[in-house]
Design a binder for this molecule. Structure first.
Ligand code: CU
Length: 292
């Protein structure tokens, strides 16, 4: 009896751990935007579908072990040495997996199309933010405002944002877990990721692809603000920022760790394009990155 109570205690502890998934520490389980919600629902659906197999199996393990244990004196249990087929078992063993695969395949087909990161989230024209992964910091360029920010990105709440993502270094991964999918940042390429926050807040932004020495400090804050506060933030960046010249960018692009938030104004609107163009020619077997 004592052992049983301990089992219950363990079970309750495990349940408590899972149910506390509603707390903000489990960021994927507390999304703050439509893409993140879609991802959470997909996680729950797939987990649920798998539990349809896992839970009955665990229960049957205990039931069978108990029912057919050595020394049990139950007259109803008969020994069948020649038994070789049960249609009932075949139906369960094949039918349930087929059903699960059908459900998951359908869900996967629908969500991979509806959640295509390049697809706009609403009819409203998204605002564009260009993202450059550097060693080891994130540079956000607002081409229309001609400003840029290191390790901080802000946008109005309920406003669709289209992130144009590239890298001026090794491969990285742009990820704001509470808003939705991660997308790779790769040099010479432009990746597009549409996200939207439907709640004002400060969200954690990370790189989810290890990229070397200063990787641990490659974090940023994503700020979803009310429209008025966002305008004030833009003005603050314009006022406190320093011009980002070409040589200034070269300096910024050098390896550095734990970069503080830095504001820039007077940013070349073609900077993002130039960063991508540096790598043109790589696919032909040579690189124009270091001109010779
Ligand atoms: Cu991968």
């Amino acid at each position: 009896m004592k052992l049983r109570c301990r089992h219950w205690a363990a079970l309750i502890a495990v349940l408590a751990l899972f149910l506390s998934g509603c707390s903000d520490n489990y960021v994927l389980m507390s999304p703050k935007g439509p893409v993140g919600e879609n991802i959470r629902n997909t996680i729950l659906l797939t987990t649920g579908a798998m539990l349809l197999v896992v839970i009955p199996t665990m229960i049957m393990t205990v039931v069978f072990a108990r029912k057919y244990r050595h020394g049990v004196d139950d007259d109803k249990i008969v020994y069948h040495p020649d038994w070789d087929h049960s249609s009932k078992i075949e139906w369960f063993a094949w039918g349930i997996p087929i059903l699960i695969i059908a459900v998951l395949a359908t869900a996967t087909y629908i969500t991979t199309h509806s959640m295509d990161p390049r697809q706009p989230l609403s009819d409203e024209k998204p605002m564009k933010i260009q993202v450059v992964a550097l060693n080891w910091k994130w540079l956000f360029i607002y081409p229309e405002e001609q400003i840029a920010v290191v390790n901080e990105v802000a946008f109005p709440v309920n406003k669709p944002v289209e992130f144009l993502i590239t890298s001026d270094s090794t491969m990285n991964s742009f990820f704001i877990p509470q808003l939705g999918s991660q997308l790779y940042a790769m040099s010479g390429m432009e990746n597009r990721l549409n996200l939207m926050a439907d709640e004002v807040g400060e969200y954690r932004g990370i790189s989810s692809n290890y990229s070397g020495y200063g990787f641990a400090g490659m974090k940023f804050k994503a700020l979803a603000m009310p429209e008025g506060e966002y305008e004030a933030w833009l003005n603050k960046v314009r006022a406190e920022g320093t011009p980002l010249t070409d040589s200034g960018y070269e300096q910024l692009a050098e390896d550095s760790r734990n970069n503080p938030v830095t504001y820039y104004n007077d940013v070349n609107p073609l900077l993002f394009k130039n960063i991508i163009d540096k790598y043109v020619g790589v696919e032909d077997g040579y690189t124009s990155h270091h001109s010779d």
